[in-house]
Ligand binder design. Structure first.
Ligand code: PAF
Length: 283
C-alpha cells in the first residue's frame, strides 16, 4: 500500500493508474478505523481496480462543542488495518496543505435545506464542513467512484445531491450498515459507551425495525409513528434527538404517496450521540 502525504504524491499515484485505464475507487474517512470502515474498503475493491482510502480529521465539520481535539488519531493501527484489507493507497494529508489559509478563510461548498434538518439542526455547519472537504478530496484524488456508508444516511444523501448539482464525474456508492450481532450499527462512537449504555444501545435499531414493520403492515401516519417510536426510545433508556420517517432522496417528511422511505434516528446514551436508519420501499 502506498502512503501519500501530499497532494502531489496522491495525484501522481492516481494519475498513473488512470493512464493505465484502471478504475479508481475512493473511501474517505476520519480514521480511527473499525470493521465498518473495512467493509467499505472491501466493497470498494469489488467496484474497481484500485482502492484509495483517505484519513483526515476534518476540523471544518466539527462544531465548537464537539470532539475535534479528542477525536482518536490512530494512524499506525489504521495503516495496518488498511494493509490487511488490501487498500492500494492511503492519502493522509496535513491540515496545513488542506487548509493553507485556515478553516475560517476556506471557500465552502454548501448544499441548502436538507443540511439544516435532522442532524443538521443540532450540528450547524457540520454538513457544509463535510461537503467542502469531500469536494476538495474529490478534486485532489480524482477517483471514478466513491464509497460512503449508508449508516450516515443524511451525509450520503447530501453528498449525492452535491455531486448531482456540481456535476462531479464520480459515481457515489452506498455501503450497507455494518452491525454488531445484537444489531448496533458499528461506529467509532460506540467506544464511548460504558457497559450499561452498550447493553441499551441496540434498542435504537430494534425501534427502527419495529417502525419499519409497522409501515410494512400499512401504517401511513408517519408523524404519529415517529412520535410513538421516540417514546419507545425513552422507555428503553435513550434520549431521542429525532426519529423521523423521510423521503429517502430529499429527506423531506414522508407523505403517504412516497415510495422510497428512510426512517432516521439520533439518540443520546449518556453523552454519546448515536445515529442509525433503516429504509423501506413501498410498491
Ligand atoms: O463520514 C466521515 O467519516 C466523514 O464525514 C468524511 C466523509 C470522511 C468527511 O470528512
Amino acid at each position: 500500500m502506498q502512503i501519500c502525504k501530499t497532494f502531489s504524491e496522491i495525484r501522481a499515484t492516481v494519475g498513473e493508474w488512470r493512464r493505465q485505464g484502471q478504475t479508481v475507487v475512493f473511501v474517505p474517512t476520519l480514521g480511527n478505523l473499525h470493521e465498518g470502515h473495512l467493509q467499505l474498503v472491501n466493497l470498494a475493491a469489488t467496484q474497481g481496480d484500485k482502492v484509495v482510502v483517505s484519513i483526515f480529521v476534518n476540523p471544518l465539520q466539527f462544531g465548537k462543542n464537539e470532539d475535534y481535539a479528542l477525536y482518536p488519531r490512530t494512524l499506525d493501527a489504521d495503516v495496518e488495518k488498511l494493509r490487511g484489507a488490501g487498500a492500494n493507497a492511503l492519502f493522509c494529508p496535513s491540515d496545513s496543505e488542506v487548509y493553507p489559509n485556515g478553516v475560517e478563510e476556506q471557500t465552502t461548498v454548501a448544499v441548502p435545506t436538507m443540511t439544516n434538518i435532522l442532524c443538521g439542526a443540532t450540528r450547524p455547519g457540520h454538513f457544509t464542513g463535510v461537503t467542502t472537504i469531500v469536494s476538495k478530496l474529490f478534486n485532489i484524488v480524482q477517483p471514478h467512484k466513491a464509497v460512503f456508508g449508508v449508516k450516515d444516511f443524511q451525509q450520503l444523501a447530501v453528498v449525492r445531491r452535491m455531486v448531482e448539482d456540481l456535476c462531479f464525474p464520480i459515481e457515489i456508492i452506498g455501503a450497507p450498515v455494518a452491525r454488531a450481532d445484537d444489531g448496533l450499527a458499528l461506529s467509532s462512537r460506540n467506544g464511548y459507551l460504558n457497559a450499561a449504555e452498550r447493553a441499551i444501545a441496540p434498542a435504537l435499531y430494534r425501534t427502527l425495525v419495529a417502525a419499519r414493520d409497522t409501515i410494512a403492515a400499512g401504517e401511513r401516519n408517519y408523524a404519529l409513528l415517529g412520535a410513538r417510536a421516540q417514546i419507545s426510545l425513552l422507555e428503553a433508556g435513550m434520549r431521542p434527538d429525532y426519529l423521523s420517517v423521510r423521503a429517502a432522496k430529499t429527506l423531506e417528511p414522508a407523505a403517504p404517496g412516497d415510495h422510497d422511505l428512510a426512517i432516521l434516528a439520533a439518540a443520546y446514551l449518556g453523552k454519546t450521540r448515536l445515529i442509525d436508519n433503516v429504509t423501506i420501499s413501498i410498491p
